[in-house]
Structures are given as structure tokens and as C-alpha cells.
Design a protein around this ligand. Structure first.
Ligand SMILES: [Zn+2]
Length: 537
């Protein structure tokens, strides 16, 4: 069954009107900008300082201020899938960035494709959407408009692949070796413009670039904390711990890879996107085109320094400038009348635990040795009571061998009880979840709801942990995301268009609403299996 939405008159007011009649024009190009790990406060705290692209997007945007990812494992893969496909990641099986596959008995990457071949470079991994039997926004648009083009560009492979849907024209991602690549799942060879971009990129040259502040020192002290802060990573010339500006690429690190941990990477992503717009004629004809752009370097940087650092403030000031330049380019090439923008993120994140504690909150880093000890206690007790090989463990996830347990006449819940007895003794492990309890739960709290949206009935482990609010596994430096709590689920969602004015709307929204909303704007049918609801403006 197909649900269809056609845009209501009120939405029409959202778009441009041509000068000689009052017929609204449908946007010819929809650009979805996804900044990895962008908490909403990274836009609000620096609002006074933005003069470029964030300025334009905020001033011309309808901002849904209470938007969350409504799934519990807030990681890059599941987040981009929710945005690009309008579905919760659990049912479809996007249960992490990489995860233990109980059939293959090994860890797999969420966009791994053993049948695909890399295109565009010797080095890199072939990725695709082939693990998932569903479709995304790009496919819905293409089934309504056969001439529509869908291009997805990201730093990370899973970003580009999961935003793009099942069969975009192209998904391009970085190979951590100085080139943007794809796989033959999409194309047999890269288009000339992408090859030319790669040739001129010269990522090696970034080895001598120093990351310095864009604004005056006093502004950083006003809008962020002190530069030197215990808990930030220092990976540059670090004889003594000194996590301060300027930051270069340490001679021991490969500049072709570490380039992705610096703000310039985002500028290059936008340069690549410009090439796509020009050479693929995006936004020109009457079939709407989709361009997805994933800013993955931001995630790496926020992991290293935390969202309240001067480094991240500066990375956002720089991205504002790069985006400003990109929007100017679009104005000249496509005309902003024709472009609808969406700005969001794949997940939020925790500030550095040290910073949370300084602000009076509760936070911490989970002790790996304590975890290891707890795993040993569990293994010992299960073995003593029942014997070996009743589960495979991957991290804190227990994949039970249900057949073997059944044959031995052991109730799987007994294993759960043992795990639950030991692991929550580790500071930062809140509790162990028994999958079946969540599937059958009628509780209506948001954590249960988010857990339910993350569970795949078969692929998800039978027993898995959730952390205590404020705790992360990452240690001893940097920060993380991945929990079902609001600091990890809350993201910006802004729909911007040249004829819109700054407006904020506090109605709760989910990121699975993004794809159906864009579909509705374009008058495209929304499949029944879409979990989101099209937003009525
Ligand atoms: Zn991350």
C-alpha cells in the first residue's frame, strides 16, 4: 500500500514565486547537509559569530528545536540511515557502524559489500547499500522522476552510502589515502570530474598546514573554555601534554589520512560537491535532484577535543565560512530560488567527562580493566554451572546460542541473570538489556521507545549493555556518543530556503521525519514502511 502526500497550499508559501505568476516553484535541487556529531548548541552558542553559511541557513530556516534521533544506539551508520531512509535502523538491520554477524561469526562493517570492487583508487574499501533490503528518499524521488539525479558525498563511507539510499547515481567517500572513491555497485568508473578532483586534491600537501584560530583570542575565551584543557587529545608534537593551538599533522601520522581530522577536509568536501553540481547539471531541469553532503571530519575533531573546546568552536567558525562560500556558488550557478536546504546531524555527543564534572554534572570514563574482570567472572560462572560455548561475546554484547541452550535445557534468562549480576558492578554500566524484554515491553518511556527502534529481532544480540548517563568507553582522552540519552539523540533540524525567514518550532520531531518531509515537498509518494511523518509547515 502506498501513502501519498501532495503538498498543501500552506507549503507552497514556503517556496519561491516566479515574478509573473503566483504559481509556486518546486525546488529543483534539495541539498541535505549532515554535520557529524553536531549538537544543537554548536549552532546556538556561536550564533552571534556566524556570518557565512550557518548565518544564511539559520536566518532563512525553519528550525525544529526539539528534534531527536529516536533510536538508542546513536552512531554514524544508524543516524545517517534514519535521515536518508526515513526508517528506524533496527528493523532494517543497521544495528551499528560495524557489528558482530552471528551467521558469519565475525565483525562486519555496516556498508561492507564483499561482492563489490573499489572504483577510483587502488586503496580503499568497496562499500554499498546491498546489506539492506529497503529503499531511501533518493529511490522514492527517482521512482517519481526518472531524470532525477541523486548524489551522495561524505567523508565516511557509511555516511555517503546510507544517505544515498539503495541506488543513487553516485556515492563518493574518502579512502583515508588522499582520494574520494566509490564502488562498482554504483558506477564502473568515477566520472571525469571526480577523477580530476582527486588528481588536484594533493592531500599530502596538508602535512605542512597549521590549524590556527580564525578569530581573535579573546572571543575564544568568551565563547569557549580555555585552550589547554585536560581530557583533550594532543596528537601533535606531543613530548609534553599540550592540547593547544596551533595544531598540525604530526610527522608520525600519514597526512593523506589525518587530513580528515582537520577543518580543511570540510572545505574540500564542498569543493567536490561544487564539481558535482556543475558537471552533473544538478538543479537545472524540472526533475528535482538530490545532493547529500556529509561533513565527517567534524566527528573526528569533536571526538578529539569535545564540543566546548576552542578547537571545535574554531572548526564551526571555519565551516560557517566554507558553507557561506558554497551558498554563494549555488546562488550564481543554480540560483537560490531553486534550492531547498536541510541541515541536521547523525547524532549529538557528550562533552568531555572532565568538563561535565567541572560543570557540576556526573560523568566518567568506563574502566577497561574493570570491564575485562567482569567478563572473566561471567565466563567463569557460566562455565562452572553449565559448560562452555553458550554465547559469542563482542564487546559487552552477548550473542546467545539459543539452540545449544535449548538442547541443554538451560533457560537463556539464567545467562542474562549472571551477566546482569556482574557487569553493572562496573562504574558506568547502568544495566544489561534482555532483548526479548524490550521487544515485548509496553512501556512508553523514551528510552524503551529508542531501544525498540534499534532492535533487529535476529541480528541484535540477546543481551547488551546501556551505559549510565554521562559515561563513555573512550579513554583517556576525547569524548564519545552512542547512548540513548538526549545529549546523544538531540540534533538540529533546519529547513532553509531563500524565501523563508528565521522561525523556530518546538514541536517534537524525529529524524525519520526528514525523508518523508522532503518527499512531500517534491510531491513524491512515501512508502508505507517509512517510519517518519511528513512535517506540515
Ligand atoms: Zn563519532
Amino acid at each position: 500500500m502506498i501513502r501519498s502526500y501532495f503538498w498543501l497550499p500552506i507549503i507552497a508559501a514556503f517556496f519561491s514565486f516566479s515574478c509573473n505568476n503566483s504559481q509556486p516553484q518546486m525546488p529543483k535541487l534539495i541539498i541535505t547537509l549532515v554535520v557529524d556529531q553536531m549538537r544543537p548548541d554548536l549552532l546556538t552558542r556561536f550564533d552571534d559569530l556566524y556570518t557565512g553559511g550557518f548565518r544564511w541557513l539559520i536566518d532563512h530556516g525553519i528550525w525544529f528545536t526539539d528534534t531527536h534521533h529516536e533510536h538508542s544506539y546513536t552512531a554514524t551508520g544508524p543516524g545517517h540511515f534514519a535521515i536518508g531512509s526515513g526508517q528506524y535502523p533496527g528493523r532494517v538491520g543497521v544495528i551499528g557502524n560495524s557489528f558482530y554477524d552471528r551467521d558469519l561469526q565475525k565483525n562486519v562493517n555496516c556498508v561492507e559489500d564483499p561482492n563489490a570492487r573499489v572504483v577510483g583508487a587502488e586503496e580503499g574499501k568497496a562499500r554499498s547499500y546491498s546489506r539492506y533490503n529497503t529503499t531511501g528518499l533518493g529511490d522514492w524521488v527517482k521512482s517519481s522522476f526518472s531524470n532525477s539525479k541523486v548524489i551522495s558525498i561524505g567523508g565516511k563511507d557509511r555516511t555517503a552510502v546510507l544517505l544515498g539510499g539503495k541506488k543513487p547515481d553516485l556515492a563518493l567517500y574518502f579512502n583515508y589515502a588522499g582520494r574520494f572513491i566509490s564502488s562498482d555497485y554504483y558506477v564502473d568508473s568515477l566520472p571525469d570530474w571526480a577523477n580530476q578532483f582527486n588528481t588536484s586534491l594533493n592531500a599530502d600537501a596538508y602535512k605542512d598546514s597549521l590549524w590556527t584560530k580564525s578569530l581573535s583570542d579573546d572571543l575564544y575565551l568568551k565563547y569557549a573554555r580555555e585552550d589547554y584543557y585536560q581530557g583533550e587529545l594532543d596528537d601533535y608534537l606531543s613530548d609534553d601534554y599540550s592540547p593547544v593551538f596551533p595544531i598540525g599533522i604530526d610527522p608520525k601520522n600519514n597526512p593523506k589520512e589525518y587530513f580528515m581530522a582537520r577543518p580543511w577536509f570540510e572545505r574540500e568536501i564542498l569543493n567536490l560537491a561544487k564539481e558535482a553540481v556543475v558537471n552533473e547539471n544538478l538543479g537545472v531541469d524540472s526533475s528535482p535532484d538530490l545532493l547529500f553532503i556529509g561533513f565527517s571530519a567534524m566527528d573526528w575533531m569533536i571526538h578529539d577535543y569535545g564540543p566546548f573546546s576552542q578547537e571545535i568552536m574554531d572548526a564551526f567558525i571555519k565551516l560557517d565560512k566554507y558553507l557561506g562560500n558554497f551558498i554563494e556558488f549555488l546562488d550564481k550557478s543554480v540560483g537560490l530560488n531553486n534550492v531547498q536546504f536541510v541541515l541536521t546531524s547523525d547524532h549529538g555527543g557528550l562533552p568531555l567527562p572532565e568538563y561535565v564534572i567541572e560543570q557540576g554534572g556526573i560523568a566518567g570514563r568506563i574502566n577497561r580493566e574493570h570491564l575485562k574482570e567482569a567478563f572473566e567472572w561471567i565466563d567463569e560462572e557460566v562455565e562452572e554451572k553449565f559448560g562452555k560455548n553458550f554465547y559469542d561475546r563482542s564487546g559487552g554484547n552477548f550473542f546467545l546460542d539459543l539452540d545449544r541452550l535449548k538442547k541443554a535445557d538451560i533457560d537463556p534468562r539464567v545467562i542474562y541473570d549472571i551477566v546482569q549480576n556482574y557487569l553493572p558492578k562496573v562504574e558506568g554500566i547502568e544495566r544489561m538489556i534482555y532483548k526479548e524484554d524490550i521487544i515485548t515491553s509496553s512501556a512508553t518511556d523514551k528510552i524503551t521507545h529508542r531501544l525498540q527502534n534499534m532492535i533487529h529481532p535476529y541480528k541484535t544480540p540477546e543481551i547488551f549493555p546501556i551505559v549510565t548517563k554521562g559515561y563513555i568507553y573512550k579513554s583517556p582522552y576525547g569524548t564519545e556518543h552512542g547512548s540513548p540519552y538526549d545529549y546523544d539523540t538531540h540534533v538540529p533540524l533546519i529547513f532553509s530556503h531563500i524565501h523563508s525567514q528565521r522561525f523556530s518550532n518546538a514541536t517534537p520531531r524525529a529524524t525519520v521525519d526528514i525523508a518523508p518531509t522532503i518527499a512531500q515537498i517534491l510531491g513524491v509518494q512515501i512508502p508505507e514502511y517509512c517510519d517518519g511523518t511528513a512535517i506540515q509547515f
